[in-house]
Design a protein around this ligand. Structure first.
Ligand code: C2O
Ligand code: CU
Ligand code: CU
Length: 485
């Protein structure tokens, strides 16, 4: 397939394959950044009701070149769902694909039956309904499918959308006009080959399949024309495997205001924000009149051998988004404090557990849908130590909870891990201590997942299950690692 400007893409086995390539400079970034539409909803009997339909089709992701894609309420990505703390929501999800799927609300604290895991599979043509009351602080969450063994394919083709939780006490100085000064950025990577030569076999990396070209909200070489002197970027890494180490081309800092699960107590000035798949960051960017800058991803260290880092795309500089402002932009105040929920402390944790990450295992095991790995007292706070004992990079996500990072390799975590998190990155040999307050939704029969969110690893079975019960109980298979005190 030959596209505009002589670009060509090759699809093999349903994936778009890669050769490293940086566009450089950002001036070729001229396509207006698409903004995912807000999902429509209606309030019926006190519930805010949304309807989603999973679909497959083709999308012209690169000018002149069609890609096989999947999405919700369209054939690529999904609408942004928005609901407020305290509201009851009801989601009707219809599967218009010809394969099973699910809809998982990543980062949401809710009963396990509503979580959209492989246990709530939606058959083709079926509709699944989930309903719960939103009870957590304002945050940038997201939703995506979670079918057993098929998540990389479905998310990689574009099944991902944002789920924004609003809370009354959001700071008035925080930009909050959706799509105007409060900008969603869903970053995925696709593979675009220069020249049109055959891609041959897929470029496998130790962390999964890596595309060479980032797209944002489905926009190739996107350009955001901001009209405000201060914008809030809600950034989601919805890629299957690629990590991004984001900075501004001007050398100006990013003002980090939020992590996976909510806002920080105050903006933190950082040079870079590193996002592994599924992680989110909310940052403020100050834009003087006549700004012309690029948000880009710069090389990072995944801790693997240099060849494996290269295969995983860690050596590349990639331009993500060009941002410009007109010459009459007016400056805006940066908020100094933010409404932020207090993190749990180490003293709150009554039970300690350890999880060893192997190459595609957790504590030496692969996922078994019929095995409960961990039994937890509902409402308890636990200390989880995650150790990457493998030869590759991973991340670690816990469903149905938001947690604090207590220590990273024995040290206080860096700014981007100092807020509420549901997914954390572990380079090879990293160890992280998490303090996890679990919810009170008792259900001994329905498990939540915890897993590596590098989607190929997840599909390989690098996933396990926990249940919340009234009295905890014997963990059977997990006994060797449960260090209950
Ligand atoms: Cu994004 Cu199991 O989740
Ligand atoms: Cu999740
Ligand atoms: Cu992994």
């Amino acid at each position: 397939l030959l596209g505009a400007g002589g670009l060509a893409v090759i699809g093999v086995g349903g994936y778009w394959l890669t050769e490293g390539r940086s566009s450089g400079g950002g001036t070729s970034f001229t396509t207006p950044l698409r903004i995912p539409p807000l999902a429509e909803s209606e309030v019926v009997d006190g519930e805010r009701v949304f309807r989603l339909a999973a679909r497959a089709g083709e999308t012209e992701l690169v000018p002149g070149v069609q890609f096989a894609t999947m999405g919700f309420n369209g054939v690529h990505l999904g609408p942004t769902i928005r609901a407020a703390r305290g509201e009851r929501v009801r989601m009707h999800v219809t599967n218009e694909l010809d394969v099973p799927t699910t809809a998982h609300w990543h980062g949401m604290i809710l009963p396990a039956t509503e979580d959209g895991t492989p246990h709530q599979s939606i058959a083709p043509a079926a509709t699944w309904t989930a309903a719960w009351q939103i009870d957590q602080p304002a945050a940038t969450l997201w939703y995506h499918p979670h079918p057993h063994g098929q998540t990389e394919l479905q998310v990689g083709r574009g099944m991902a959308g944002l789920f924004l939780v609003d809370d009354d006490d959001e700071s008035p100085d925080l930009p909050s006009e959706y799509g105007v000064d409060d900008i969603p950025l869903i970053i995925q990577d696709i593979a675009v080959r220069p020249g049109g030569e055959s891609a041959g076999t897929p470029t496998a990396s130790p962390i999964g399949r890596i595309g060479n070209t980032p797209i944002v909200n489905g926009t190739y070489r996107p350009h955001l024309r901001a009209s405000s002197g201060l914008v809030r970027l809600r950034i989601l890494n919805a890629s299957a495997a690629r990590c991004y180490n984001l900075e501004l081309s001007t050398g100006e800092p990013l003002l980090l205001v939020g992590t996976d699960g909510g806002l920080l107590p105050s903006p933190q000035s950082v040079q870079r924000v590193f996002l592994s798949p599924a992680e989110r960051a909310e940052v403020l960017v100050q834009l003087p009149p006549g700004s012309d800058l690029v948000l880009r991803s710069v090389p990072h260290d995944l801790g693997m051998s240099s060849g494996d880092d290269t295969a995983s795309g860690a050596d590349n500089t990639l331009d993500i988004l060009r941002i410009t402002t007109p010459s009459d932009t007016t400056a805006r105040e940066v908020p100094t404090t933010l409404p932020s929920a207090v993190l749990p402390a180490l003293a709150d944790a009554m039970t300690e557990r350890r999880f060893m990450l192997g190459n595609t295992t957790i504590n030496g095991r692969v996922m078994d849908m019929d095995r409960i790995d961990t039994t937890i007292v509902a409402g308890a706070t636990e200390r989880w130590t995650i150790m990457n004992t493998s030869d590759r990079a991973h991340n670690f996500h816990i469903h149905g909870a938001q947690f604090a990072v207590h220590r990273v390799n024995g040290e206080k975590p860096a700014a981007q891990n100092r807020g509420w998190k549901d997914t954390v990155f572990l380079a090879r040999d990293d160890a992280m201590e998490l303090i996890v307050p679990f919810s009170s939704y008792v259900d001994p029969a329905t498990p939540y997942m915890y897993h590596c969110h590098l989607l190929w690893h997840e599909d390989q079975g690098m996933m396990a299950q926990y249940v919340l019960t009234t009295d905890g109980g014997d963990d059977g298979a997990d006994a060797g690692t449960d260090m209950g005190m």
